[in-house]
Design a protein around this ligand. Structure first.
Ligand SMILES: *Cc1c(COP(=O)(O)O)cnc(C)c1O
Length: 388
């Protein structure tokens, strides 16, 4: 019996890079040593202290029961204290924090909370694919906000069509951003609040990379640092990248209490909350965040520097950002994103992500990820140096 997929599932755009994937698989089978700079998933272990906390709490029988869909107070308090210490923001731990099974879950589910069929959502391009796909699943449509290098990959509010702004119910924003690595300052977030307030649009800011920065002066601000931001939006803070916890599925949303309450209500009907032991471990991570973040950032700084040096040598242009785990690089003249990624793979067995995977405005770029150990990264860079 072949069951027909729902229209919703069938509406996912066809995967653009099937050809590259086939080549990777074939090369692997033939025994080629493939190095992937394509994956945004930290290679560094989750810190021991966090794992230990999980083990300890896994033995606690109280944690073996259903957790609350609205989160455990240990993580809610730790998140509030973390936002105070890290960003200087007051958060009510009871009503203004909602633990999630990762930000991806929250971003996908927020669409079901607010979007009716036909509703409009403003989405940056290039961007994390879940903003668009989550909207589509809920029956909404998206309006593209192009991110261009001329504007430092910031959203240009003056270019958003007035009718679209009036119609839009929700808007996704992500700084420091994937895939562009661009960051923004508090002025940008203030403008965002003004724009969203004028048009009554719910802002969902994705703060997945807020603690990956090269030095103090590049330390990102939070969307909630903007005045009146809590009236108009929420922020997703993920532990995945900053604490090397992608596999744990843990993040939280902070901000507008009514929005978080509605998201919690939705979640209570489709899931039953995050394993409490994982919430204890996440609380341990947040309580000692400085130690963990500093150690990661040293590693990424070293790798970022190595990649920059090579790209400079090869004469490849890139966006010089001191944030995130990515380097957003321009493909050389005569290629597009896909053809250059294919060339790299053919000639060097190195995988990068074509920029067009993140939207039309990602065309002409490719993304290098720093989540690979130093020796493999050096090997990849050597291969590129020898070929180009
Ligand atoms: C990696 C990533 C996430 C993933 O968050 P999880 O908490 O692991 O679900 C969210 N947003 C962006 C932009 C990312 O790159």
């Amino acid at each position: 019996m072949l069951f027909e997929e729902s229209d919703r599932l069938k509406s996912i755009p066809p995967y653009l890079f099937a050809e590259i994937d086939t080549t990777i698989r074939k090369k692997k089978e033939e025994g080629f040593d493939i190095i992937s700079l394509g994956i945004g998933d930290p290679d560094i272990n989750t810190p021991d202290a966090i794992v230990k906390e999980l083990c300890k709490e896994a033995w606690n029988k109280e944690n073996h029961r259903y957790p609350s869909s609205y989160g455990h107070k240990v993580l809610k308090s730790a998140a509030a204290q973390f936002y105070k210490k890290r960003f200087g923001i007051d958060i009510d731990p009871e009503n203004e924090v909602l633990p999630l099974w990762g930000s991806k879950e929250g971003i996908a589910n927020i669409a079901y909370v607010y979007i009716n069929p036909g509703d409009l959502v403003l989405v940056p391009d290039p961007s994390y694919p879940v903003y668009k796909i989550g909207t589509m699943f809920a029956g909404g449509s998206t309006y593209t906000m192009p991110l261009t290098e001329e504007n430092n990959f910031l959203i240009d509010f003056s270019k958003i069509d007035g009718d679209a702004a009036r119609k839009a119910k929700l808007m996704h924003v992500n700084y420091p951003g994937n895939p562009t690595s661009a960051s923004c300052d508090i002025d940008f977030f203030d403008k965002l609040v003004d724009f969203a307030s004028e048009y009554e649009i719910l802002v969902c800011h994705d703060n997945a990379y807020g603690d990956i920065y090269a030095e103090e002066k590049y330390k990102p601000v939070s969307f909630l640092n903007a005045k009146n931001s809590k009236d108009i939006g929420i922020e997703f803070y993920s532990l995945s990248k900053s604490f090397n916890m992608t596999g744990w599925r843990i993040s939280f949303a902070v901000g507008n209490s009514a929005v978080l309450n509605s998201l919690g209500k939705y979640k209570s009907n489709v899931d039953s909350g995050v394993f409490n032991a994982v919430q204890y471990a996440a609380a341990a991570a947040l309580n000692d965040y400085e130690e963990f973040i500093n150690s990661n950032n040293k590693i990424y700084n070293r790798r970022r520097q190595k990649v920059w040096e090579l790209l400079d040598k090869l004469g490849l242009k890139y966006y010089k950002s001191f944030n995130t785990i990515y380097i957003w690089t321009k493909v050389p003249e005569g290629y597009n994103s896909a053809s250059f990624a294919k060339l790299l793979l053919d000639k060097t067995n190195v995988v990068v992500t074509p920029g067009s995977a993140y939207g039309k405005y990602g065309e002409g770029y490719f993304r290098i990820s720093l989540t690979i150990d130093d020796s493999r990264l050096e090997e990849a860079l050597d291969r590129m140096k020898n070929v180009f």
